[in-house]
Write a new protein. Sequence first.
Length: 572
Amino acid sequence: MLFSRLLIPTLKENPAEAEAVSHRLLLRAGMIRKLASGIYNYLPLGLRVLRKVEGIVREEMNRAGAQEVLLPAVQPAELWEESGRWHVYGKELLRLKDRHSREFCFGPTHEEVITDLVRREVHSYRQLPLNLYQIQVKFRDEIRPRFGLIRGREFIMKDAYSFDVDEAGAEATYETMYQTYHRIFSRCGLEFKIVEADTGPIGGSFSHEFMVLADTGEDLLASCTACAYGANLEKAEALPSRPNPMPAPVGSAPEEVHTPEVRTIDEVAAFLKVSPQDIVKTLIYETDRGPVAVLIRGDHEVNEVKVKNLLRVTDISLAGPSRVEELTGAEVGFSGPVGLKLPIYADHAVAALGAFVSGANRKDFHLVNVNPQRDFTITQVADLRTVTSQDPCPRCGAKLTILRGIEVGHIFKLGLKYSEALKATFLDADGQEVFMFMGCYGIGVSRIVAAAIEQGHDEEGIIWPMALAPFQVGVVPISISDEATWEAALSLYEDLKNAGVEVLLDDRDERPGVKFKDFDLIGLPLRVVIGPKTLAQGKAEVRHRRSRQIALVDLDKLLDYLKDNIYSELHG
RNA sequence: CGGGACGUAGCGCAGCCUGGUCAGCGCGCCUGCCUUGGGAGCAGGAGGUCGGCGGUUCAAAUCCGCCCGUCCCGACCA
């Protein structure tokens, strides 16, 4: 392609609206433009990258035996009512009405539609297993779209849904998808980490997330420095800690201490001259099953996902100030478990304490020498806190690190959730009608584009991996008015095209500096500069974007040199 | 939805506090000359309802109110 004929509106300066690296560079490199918050146009260069990702995803999904379909973006409300999600999904679901006032939504995901399709068309175990996928636009009316393509409201997703005759089959499919995802992200040139994940509202029994490691990642994950253990921070298990040797003798009774205006853990610790780990915070939560108290050691953070899962509720929120007063008899900051008439859920670390400090449920007072079970009853002890880098790996005991990641893929074992709700059954070999075992597998295709930039860039611009680059080679003639230079560039361009290389020829009448800057910005892996100086020696200059290394190559060896480099980066 | 910031030419910004020679700068764009190995130079030129509506005032980009939009920090997710 000729540079002058492509719409590549590069920007010299950073757009004010963009903060994240990938967002800035996608805009500056002329790959995307914003239409509305979280909604973007893909320009020619951006679309080429997107197509590269799609191509890899398609190849690997097909290789794994999945079949491509294309489902509608607009879905009737009835299906969502049937699955129960019409009323559960919330504001994130973009709801619409047609001219007859019939209700629809713009699909944020397609479990309902696919299950409906399969229940109509599949009736025998002989037709199973089945794995169907599509690559399509999704819309989720996100609370806060951000970072350009990383969290858009409209985005491109590959979603796959599998149907198996039994749990063992479903697990085999899950394993296949696990391996397939590994291949996909490896081919995309991404450095990623596979972690255990909470299943969230999609439901199901277990799942893994594929995380691209990057500072701008919105997710935190715990990763073992020794073994393969990795988990989303909201899922990562905290091992029960050993009893704390510090506190006062277990024998003495709780004692009220006057602590005027002393509310936070730090304030209490300073005032009573104890360490935060000798204090227990009592958090009052509202749930759809009524209010509960959660006990967490002062130096720990509550993990609301774990609380939700333990209580088997879909929503929890911290009780407001007036509600706390109503339930505990004291202002926020003085809650404690002693005398509290609520179900009390304690983290392991709290139960392991000998005696601790807590609120007294009386304004300006705290209790010291509080003992679990002796002074109050714990409804249940569980893992309710978020792990820290101080925690040991739950598998091997080695050190954990906390990393940031961008979730680019997520695989779920769904089980029977949707097949039961939508009655997707088949007849097994014994003529019994049974529910299909389902799994679902998502990849954020447009998000991969952004994630690749987060991992591949420098001060000058994007550094694409060969597999995702919009063009593999850029050809830059120093001057298009110097005939020999232009002829040599054009001839190389034709040769490369004929050899099947994706090449961009900069035919613009610009000064060399302008072209170099633009090529650094758009990040093609290989750049060939044709100029009078090197031409006189029968050579051309090849610059590798990532390493910035420059090679002077004989003109007659140039084509092979480029082809070899492309091949080795794609397949080496 | 809570907290913070912003909205002036395609992009980046100044001007606003202290209302009146404030419609300005840089980049980009168009024409011509010149130049060609890391975003050149000269000359000429096009382009703006100062986010919108309303109010105060002799007078509003500037002060006030409401609304819209955008971004950043927290609860959702590929």
